[in-house]
Design a protein around this ligand. Structure first.
Ligand code: BGC
Length: 763
């Protein structure tokens, strides 16, 4: 172990996790100290160490480090829009973090940056909705200044920050995806003056990293800190100084260049994007067809220690009678072979049999994180995957199936080498789940809908509701910040009329998510979704969101509008920071962890945006043209895992169309697949407002009637478009009631019943 270096182990809760003044502010806001500690721990475990030559990191607290880059103060704590707009009681920047942990840094240099950041002329621009800054213009440095800060053996740390968000796509410009000239000048100068340079990336999205090749080993360490929420600076220092040994892994592939992403040509369209890549998203494409274009692979991340992984057992299905829920299990032993305590992530990969259906080289089939391992200590962990998950969707047969052949499994040793875990031979094609064709033009949707009309209700409460009340049960109260809920709420549904409340139906209060609770009141700001996913620690995320559930209770919030679960199809999507990964399994498991956590206290989580909200540009016009197979295996798969494992009580549709049909009118998406196939029996809400439209199957049905027939229960926040200020019915739902093929009373009952069911499930 390096001299003078002390690694604090054990529970993060045992650490002194917050400075007194900060903890007092948080506690005054009703935030539990446990939540703060878990948020810090999640932010630290989400950090991904990409490079670390010659043990540059961890730093010693007594070694004076020179910190460059204005984001040392103007840190990006989260991305923009509904998913990040929390009011935290405090924010810990990198410099705050250094102060709090008592680390030594170049005070003179820090003062220059402080003066610059506080100068109104250069102060960071907060921007406004959809026009937030993607970065802040970097402070120009002179060679004298940089050289003046340098000294033999002294290390430099350069922070580079980026943010994007809702209605704020990343762009292929300097200051967004690319470095600015000023940032390049800064790196040029720092790398020529200092022998050891650490680059910290404070980002929510993957950004261009081709410049790392230019600097080569002049940059000794690269750490992606992501956007770590209000505890950012503390968590970052935990990793920089080794209180937490880096144990995050990339939840996305980092390619050499943007053009290397196969979705690049079909991203950002106004009317539509052709998902030409099919199932070959992220590493499924790179590992199969473009290995040479990978700069850092999915799942990559270094540690300050080393691990050895051994496979102890492989358990495959024994009988011929297997179904989608039959498991394949792998037991591995992980030993910490290095000198420092740390945690390891083990990934289980599956190579599916080649056959009629094109396959990726391998897919992630399972993952797990070890406990904290002391040097020399071992942990035995179980990884598992269901055979349903490793099946492929055959559009001809409308079924998930295993093609005949060998399914082999492997894990990674110390993150890199493959270790064979075992294989399973499927003797003849095996259907693991028969589905119904859905969301394609070939389906006779009208007949399907008519065949599945609901029965009339016999519930006395439902029968007591007037048409006006039934209509009100299908939409929110009106606009955001409803007077019926806590200040700053996103909207309210359920008991939105006095008469409904008199019948015992109370208002149900929603607040954004996912990175904390978005209200006027102070709430904890959590690490962004990508950081959470990179922790690969589902238990930690579940524990964190259990605290959020308690915080919701204190603030009178019933539904947290999160987790954000869309697939990172392309690195430019503005909301990738909110979402987890390019991989459906990791995204699904993380989503399930959030849902389980929030719902522990009886509150509701609301995974969103179902589905294919893969870009912000024209998000409410754009049509995702995507094959049924890619939908089933990638874009719905993550939601499916979350729904089946964690039973969210609410789910939110997306703004976009899928194969020509807006999600908020999409019967197949919401009724055939979500409710029919996956067994979801919660409430489906729209994303805020919806596009006006007519049902192609039942042309007399418009807007709300079209929506309710699809079983999208609630229009949020109530009015159809955000320019309307109408808190009353637009008339579209009831217009055809009683007419042939018009909206049926039974359909209104079905939606109202769904809301009543939710009320029973809430405290
Ligand atoms: C976003 C949702 C959010 C909602 C309410 C929408 O614009 O897309 O994610 O939950 O607003 O704030």
């Amino acid at each position: 172990m390096r001299k003078g270096f002390q690694l604090v182990t054990g529970s993060p809760l045992a650490q002194e996790s917050v400075r007194n003044t900060d903890s007092q502010k948080a506690i005054a806001a009703g935030i539990d100290a446990k939540e703060i500690a878990l948020a810090r721990c999640a932010a630290a475990e989400g950090c991904v160490l990409l490079k670390n030559i010659g043990h540059t990191l961890p730093l010693l607290k007594e070694e004076e480090v020179a910190v460059f880059g204005r984001c040392q103060r103007d840190y990006f704590y989260v991305g923009y829009g509904s998913g990040g707009d929390v009011n935290p009681p405090y924010l810990i920047s990198l410099m705050d973090g250094l102060d709090q942990c008592g680390a030594s840094y170049d005070k003179k240099l820090a003062e220059i940056y402080r003066t610059f950041c506080e100068n109104p002329k250069y102060a960071a621009d907060p921007g406004w909705w959809g026009h937030w800054p993607m970065s802040h213009p970097e402070m120009p440095v002179t060679p004298e200044m940089v050289r003046g800060a340098a000294a033999p053996g002294k290390k430099a740390l350069v922070v580079i920050g980026r943010a994007a968000g809702e209605d704020r796509e990343n762009t292929l410009t300097q200051g967004s995806y690319y470095l600015t000239d000023e940032e390049i000048r800064l790196l040029d100068q720092v790398t020529s003056a200092f022998a050891s340079v650490i680059v910290v990336l404070n980002i929510g999205n993957i950004m261009d990293m081709s410049w790392t090749a230019k600097y080569g080993d002049k940059i000794s360490s690269i750490l992606i800190a992501w956007q770590g929420g209000m505890e950012s600076g503390n968590a970052l220092c935990d990793v920089l100084y080794g209180t937490v040994n880096p144990c995050g892994r990339l939840s996305d592939t980092i390619a050499n260049n943007y053009e290397d992403y196969n979705t690049a040509e079909n991203f950002g369209g106004k009317e539509f994007n052709d998902y030409k890549e099919g199932i070959f998203v992220g590493y499924r494409y790179f590992a199969s067809n473009a290995k040479d274009k990978i700069l850092y692979p999915f799942g990559f991340g270094l540690s300050y220690t080393s691990f050895k992984t051994e496979v102890l057992a492989f358990e495959k299905p024994t009988s011929a009678s297997v179904d989608k829920d039959t498991f394949i299990r792998v037991r591995v032993k992980v030993t910490n072979t290095g000198e420092l305590p740390g945690k390891d992530v083990v990934l289980l990969w599956c190579r599916q049999a080649e056959g009629r259906l094109e396959k990726a080289s391998f897919i992630l089939a399972g993952f797990s994180k070890t406990k904290m391992l002391q040097p020399g200590e071992t942990d035995e962990i179980d990884l598992e995957t269901s055979i349903g998950y490793i099946s492929s969707y055959d559009e001809e047969k409308s079924a998930f199936l295993l093609e005949e052949g060998i399914y082999s499994f492997f894990v990674n040793d110390d993150g890199i080498d493959e270790i064979k875990a075992g294989s399973w031979t499927v003797a003849a094609e095996l259907i693991t789940e028969q589905c119904e064709q859905a969301m394609t033009k070939e389906v006779d949707l009208k007949q399907r809908i008519l065949d599945r009309m609901p029965q009339e209700s016999t519930d006395p409460l439902l029968l007591s509701l007037s048409d006006k009340e039934l209509e009100a049960m299908t939409r929110g109260h009106g606009m955001m910040n409803s007077v019926l809920g806590a200040k700053g709420n996103a909207g309210v549904f359920g008991g939105i009329l006095e008469s409904l409340r008199e019948k015992g139906i109370r208002p149900i209060i929603c607040a954004d998510g996912p990175a904390g609770i978005r209200l006027s009141a102070d709430c904890a700001l959590l690490p962004c979704g990508t950081a959470q996913a990179c922790s690969f620690n589902t238990q930690l995320i579940e524990d964190l969101y259990a605290q959020v559930g308690n915080e919701m209770a204190k603030n009178g919030v019933d539904v947290l509008l999160g987790p954000g679960m869309n697939i990172h199809r392309n690195p430019l999507c503005g909301r990738n920071f909110e979402y987890f990964s390019e991989d459906p399994l990791l995204s699904g498991k993380m989503g399930a962890a959030v849902v389980r956590g929030v719902q522990q206290s009886g509150r509701a989580a609301c995974p969103k945006h179902f589905a294919c909200n893969n870009q912000e540009t024209h998000r409410n016009i754009n049509d995702a043209r995507v094959s049924e197979r890619a939908l089933r295996e990638i874009y719905l798969r993550n939601f499916e895992i979350c729904v089946r494992e964690a039973a969210p009580k609410v789910i939110m549709t997306s703004y976009n169309k899928i194969n020509g049909v807006w999600s908020h009118y999409n019967y197949d998406l919401v009724t055939t697949v979500l409710r029919g196939q996956w067994g979801f029996d919660g409430v489906v809400i729209t994303d805020w407002w919806m596009k006006r439209s007519k049902s192609p199957e039942f042309p007399q049905l418009e807007d709300n009637a079209y929506r309710v027939r699809a079983q999208v229960d609630i229009l949020m926040p109530g009015a159809i478009t955000h320019v309307e200020r109408n808190y009353v019915s637009d008339g579209s739902l009831l217009k055809t009631l009683g007419q042939k093929e018009g909206i049926k009373k039974a359909e209104l009952f079905r939606t109202a019943e769904s809301v009543l069911r939710l009320l029973k499930r809430l405290p």
